[in-house]
Ligand binder design. Sequence first.
Ligand code: BG6
Ligand code: MG
Length: 213
Amino acid sequence: MSRFKAVIFDLDGVITDTARYHYLAWKRLADSQGVPFDEAANEHLKGIDRMGSLELILAGAAGNYTEAEKLALADQKNEHYKALIATMTPADLLPGAVETLDACRRDGLKIGLASVSKNAFSVLDSLGIRGKFDYVVDAATIERGKPDPEIFLKAARELGVSPADCLGVEDAVAGVASIKSAGMFALGIGDPEILTQADVVIPGLTQFKLQAY
Ligand code: BG6
Ligand code: MG
């Protein structure tokens, strides 16, 4: 038995390595604009929605961009990203992901997905795991992205579980902040020196041990 009633997962960088594809797509866009961008800068973009990420990248640009130009650039990045995810299959699930989802199911927990990516449904379908979730937040319905708690609170509400009974799983600094301000337990995936706000950090889902949290 777990002390939690629901587990709410982030997608990119937790279930599958699309965090890498988001980086490559942004890098291509940044290069096209002559804006400096590297993996360290990308760390601040993880978990941040598309337009928010673009604003952070363009903060390093020499000139100014109109709203229409920004929308066009965001579209270009999304086209680069969609080309990268087009060939995804269940082989792109990160190690331990399916085992973790199945372990949570066996323990009777509700399972939610809280990704701000508007490509999340398509990625879940390519991975063949949409049916493993009781509820997937539609990013298009979210007004305030991570680190705001809105998306994790919405998942909990739709799952019918109080936030205090939820375990949130995230690879991004902004995502861990969202979980914590939603009043949930935060399991970080990655580096404890980066995910300093998480309650526990593990390197990946192969180390997931529900009873330990
Ligand atoms: C998050 C990623 O899951 O989704 C971010 O961590 C990304 O890097 C965001 O910007 C929005 O994704 P999309 O697919 O809607 O552009
Ligand atoms: Mg992520």
